[in-house]
Design a protein around this ligand. Structure first.
Ligand SMILES: Cc1cc2nc3c(=O)[nH]c(=O)nc-3n(C[C@H](O)[C@H](O)[C@H](O)COP(=O)(O)O)c2cc1C
Length: 170
């Protein structure tokens, strides 16, 4: 039986969806069966042997769809390996403090679920585009210029490392 992996994502402005697509492609090319779905559309993990959960950090919090997903899927997540990624840092060239802050933010969010033991937790670079913002967010963030820390090579390297952890020999 082919190892079946679910890649679930939440996104606000689209960059995390793109990254989830890159993760899914790497797993697919490695021979795993992969489904790519928004976390809020996933109601069961039946039939999957592994799951990837990806969502952006915003205003110091992880996207609520990811938090809700982990809370709801407690039983299933105790049965299969899970890998987590949080999209956050946006500055280029890399600003180390931004990565440290994002790491602390995702660790804090995951500490709400002491029973949850992901096999990997990765912070990945994202995109900041003030033109996408609306309402209060726009007022809050307009001062900062557009920037991106998107790094497909980083995504591929991380996803590639998951393959052997997920793979279940037939
Ligand atoms: C209003 C706003 C607040 C943000 N707050 C954080 C934050 O607290 N920590 C962080 O690491 N990144 C933060 N970011 C960066 C986002 O995580 C980044 O833009 C990400 O690529 C957005 O993902 P999405 O395109 O999937 O919505 C923020 C971005 C915006 C626009």
């Amino acid at each position: 039986m082919t190892t079946s992996v679910l890649v679930g994502f939440a996104t606000r402005y689209g960059s995390t969806q793109e990254i989830a697509g890159e993760v899914a492609s790497v797993l697919l090319e490695a021979g795993l069966a992969v489904n790519l779905l928004p976390l809020r559309e996933i109601h069961s993990l039946d039939g999957y042997q592994a799951v990837v959960i990806g969502a952006p950090l915003q205003m110091y919090r992880w996207h609520k769809d990811a938090v809700n997903f982990i809370a709801k899927q407690r039983k299933a997540l105790a049965q299969i390996p899970a890998a987590v990624f949080a999209v956050g840092p946006v500055q280029s060239p890399r600003v180390e403090q931004e990565w440290i802050d994002a790491r602390n933010q995702i660790e804090k969010e995951l500490s709400r679920f002491p029973w949850f033991k992901p096999i990997s937790v990765e912070v990945l670079g994202g995109v900041f585009d003030p033109n996408q913002l609306t309402g209060l967010m726009k007022t809050f963030a307009r001062v900062a210029p557009a920037s991106t820390a998107r790094d497909t090579e980083q995504v591929k390297a991380w996803a590639g490392g998951l393959v052997e952890k997920f793979y279940q020999p037939e």
